[in-house]
Design a protein around this ligand. Structure first.
Ligand SMILES: Cc1cc2nc3c(=O)[nH]c(=O)nc-3n(C[C@H](O)[C@H](O)[C@H](O)COP(=O)(O)OP(=O)(O)OC[C@H]3O[C@@H](n4cnc5c(N)ncnc54)[C@H](O)[C@@H]3O)c2cc1C
Length: 399
């Protein structure tokens, strides 16, 4: 048996970032399920792409991971356009007086950078094994790994994703609802440059179509598609080829005011993710803290799931780093500070994305003129736009 202050279950992006942040806050950490990220693809970009906000970038910089991501794999977003019902709302970095609205990066590229930073972090012990059992003992948690080994820790951190077992071991309940949509993801080569602009449109069937800009490769331009389509349509599209999907997306380009990008050519396979709205009843339990998708899952329309998870990491590291001498990292009063720190932002993001999903539901077509008016009004109200852009950037939680 080994004693650690913190055991993190889950070596995804959130778990790896948490291991680094907590070790930098002075804690001894064991990271379970720590496996090396996939190498870069032989050409082009991997399928999983994330839009990181300013708060996430700042955290990765502090963790000394950001600078490990090759500049050629990062696409800054200079403008954003959201279209619906014939109206549009636009944001641009210059008007918002920020360097960029977001940064588009492959999931694996972020994970490789975290792996590199973890190699130099003495406070973290990485274990490849999965945790298969957990019991609450007198001094903390006792965990069993699938290789037959065991360990003990004062605080158990769940970074084990939407089907979290840590959440169940901690006796924390869950509210979960399917959106009845599946996100189809694929990279496309486009005929014209994207101009560093992220495009998103609400479709008449309640879906959301997004094209995120990717870095140019030579004189080739690419975008990443995230199409949150009703399950039935998504299932039909998945039966076809990537070329057939490209043709369907091409038909939708006028919605995005992006006809110039046609023809689209697939630059990889099509991936699919069923979409859920999920929220744990609490982000803490007895000597347990939840981070990332184990605590909350949001619709990808806002591109904020990972951003919320990284901001959980920042909040937990700050709370644990500031605890009084002699206070256990698993003490109830310490964890309550973490729960309070995360309550507002997570609820606001869930309400915003779920509210938008409901507002653009297919049965509400009669609301279209009013929705269009609302979108145009917001577009003409710079202070409101600045507020929205600030919230999306996570600026309100930067410390
Ligand atoms: C289509 C789509 C697009 C998205 N786009 C964006 C975006 O642009 N921006 C953004 O911020 N977010 C985005 N998201 C959300 C983002 O994908 C998630 O929020 C993020 O991946 C959550 O990371 P995580 O580390 O919490 O969970 P996961 O990535 O699920 O990682 C969990 C890890 O825990 C491990 N694990 C599980 N059980 C155990 C165990 N018992 N023992 C040890 N290890 C275990 C798993 O193997 C895995 O490695 C998107 C999501 C979707 C579906």
């Amino acid at each position: 048996m080994v004693d650690e202050q913190v055991a993190i279950v889950g070596g995804g992006l959130v778990g790896k970032a948490a291991a680094l942040a907590l070790a930098q806050a002075g804690l001894s950490v064991v990271l379970c399920g720590a496996r090396d990220a996939a190498p870069p693809p032989a050409s082009g970009f991997a399928q999983r792409i994330y839009a990181l906000n300013a708060a996430s970038r700042q955290l990765l910089q502090r963790l000394r991971a950001w600078e490990q991501i090759p500049a050629g794999r990062v696409q800054p977003v200079q403008a954003m356009r959201i279209a619906a019902d014939g109206a549009a709302l636009g944001f641009d970095a210059y008007a918002q007086r920020v360097e960029s609205l977001a940064w588009i990066v492959e999931a694996d590229a972020i994970e490789r950078a975290l792996d590199l930073a973890l190699r130099f972090e003495r406070g973290v012990r990485g274990l490849a094994g999965l945790v298969v059992g957990a019991r609450r003992g007198e001094a903390g948690w006792e965990l069993d790994l699938d290789d037959g080994s065991s360990l003990r820790a004062a605080l158990l951190v769940g970074a084990d994703g939407r089907a979290s077992r840590v959440r169940a071991w901690g006796g924390i309940g869950l509210r979960s609802r399917s959106y009845g949509q599946t996100a189809l993801v694929c990279n496309f080569v486009t005929a014209a440059p994207h101009g560093a602009c992220a495009l998103q449109a609400f479709t008449a069937d309640g879906g959301v179509l997004a094209l995120l800009p990717l870095p140019d490769v030579g004189d080739e331009h690419q975008v990443s598609l995230v199409w949150s389509a009703p399950d039935e349509l998504a299932a039909r599209l998945r039966e076809g080829t990537a070329e057939e999907l490209a043709a369907r997306v091409q038909e939708q380009l006028p919605l995005l005011d992006a006809q110039r990008m046609a023809p689209l050519r697939p630059a990889g396979a099509v991936g699919a993710w069923p979409l859920l709205l999920q929220r744990a009843h609490s982000v803490v339990g007895e000597a347990v803290a939840l981070l990332g998708d184990s605590a909350h899952v949001v619709h990808p329309m806002s591109g904020h799931g990972l951003n919320l998870g990284l901001q959980d990491v920042q909040a937990l590291a700050a709370v644990l780093g500031r605890r009084a001498a002699g206070e256990s990292p698993g003490a109830a009063q310490v964890l309550q500070r973490y729960a309070r720190a995360r309550a507002e932002q997570v609820l606001a993001m869930q309400l915003a994305t779920d509210g938008l999903h409901r507002l653009y539901a297919p049965g509400l077509q009669w609301l279209a003129p009013l929705r269009a008016l609302g979108l145009s009004l917001v577009d003409h109200l710079p202070p409101l736009k600045a507020l929205l852009a600030g919230y999306a950037s996570g600026r309100s939680v930067l410390s």
